[in-house]
Design a protein around this ligand. Structure first.
Ligand code: KMH
Ligand code: ZN
Length: 302
């Protein structure tokens, strides 16, 4: 087992909204500042979404990606990982429009259709900064995050030029069996980089026994042909990171997945969470993987 731990940092996402934290990056300049600081702190993968800089609304617009993507590519050696999940309210064409142009080194790929319910978050907000936020959250009680096998095939074909390596987002046990099926059809080829996402309302919860079950199943299906990382969404972030580190896995942090640094205390930056998880990694006798080591571990040819 390698003693290097890959830290991904998801800078902004499409779940949290500007009313929830003043520290959520929205503009191109904020994304560059946050991405650079997170990679300086030890993140070797930056998981990216774009937002409209005026309103903070999740955006598929290439112009909004261009506000930070080229600068991050120039100023950091981290692997740039473009979300193809975008936002659950975007069409697949929108979700792919920027990544088909930019052909990133890495992209997310969500392994199944599911509920993606954010509406409980709306009740916590005292006042709204932008008009779009409240309906966006409340309508999520009737939202389908659509990732059919056909959608997955289209994402893989669209990003086949470089070819892009996938962060395979696995929210539940069924997603591992879907990946096994897609691999048997040659749609996706090992080695796989699995991201276990625990704690989304609509996916599996962030419990140790859930992570053991997912890991044991992945061991059975993919043997040595995979690497895994874990997201504990919300307050489970550091607990799930600790468990993943102990099990030989990797970790993802960032304000996309959790806005807090401690109970009731907002994180003031993405880098703050990277530093916290780095301390956890080192306390376990391991080290944070550099971008070069991460490329080696994942079999990426830059
Ligand atoms: N927001 C996370 C729960 C994606 O961007 O494709 C999962 C995610 C999906 O990052
Ligand atoms: Zn994402």
């Amino acid at each position: 087992m390698s003693n290097k731990v890959i830290v991904s940092c998801a800078l902004t996402g499409s779940i949290h909204t500007p009313s929830m934290s003043p520290h959520l990056p929205v503009t191109g300049a904020e994304m560059v500042r946050e991405g650079k600081a997170a990679s300086d702190a030890g993140a070797s993968i930056l998981h990216l979404h774009a937002r409209d800089p005026e309103t903070g609304q999740p955006s598929a617009d290439l112009a909004h990606w261009q506000g930070f993507y080229p600068q991050l590519a120039e100023q950091s050696d981290a692997i740039l990982n473009m979300s193809t999940g975008g936002s659950a309210v975007m069409s697949l064409d929108d979700r792919l429009s920027a990544s088909s142009q930019l052909q990133p080194e890495m992209a997310s790929l969500n392994l199944g259709t599911m509920n993606f319910a954010l509406y409980p978050l709306a009740d916590r907000i005292k006042s709204w900064k932008h008009e779009w936020e409240e309906p966006f959250l409340r309508n999520s009680n009737d939202l389908v995050f659509k990732n059919t096998p056909r959608d997955i095939g289209e994402i893989v074909r669209t990003l086949d030029v470089r070819p892009t390596v996938f962060e395979l987002e696995c929210y539940d046990i069924s997603h591992l069996y879907m990946l096994d099926h897609l691999a048997s059809k040659g749609v996706l080829k090992p080695p796989f980089f699995l991201q276990f996402v625990l704690g989304v309302l609509g996916g599996a919860p962030p419990l140790p026994e859930v992570l053991y079950f997912l890991k044991n199943t992945a061991d059975k299906l993919f043997g040595a042909d995979y690497t895994f990382s874990v997201i504990g969404a919300g307050r489970a972030q550091m607990q799930m990171a600790a468990l993943s580190i102990a099990l030989g896995g990797h970790v993802r942090v960032g304000l996309e997945d959790n806005l807090y640094i401690a109970k009731g205390e907002l994180a003031t930056s993405n880098a703050q969470q990277v530093e916290k998880v780095k301390a956890l990694i080192e306390a376990n006798g391991k080290q944070v993987a550099t971008p070069t080591e991460t490329r080696e571990l994942l079999g990426i040819n830059p």
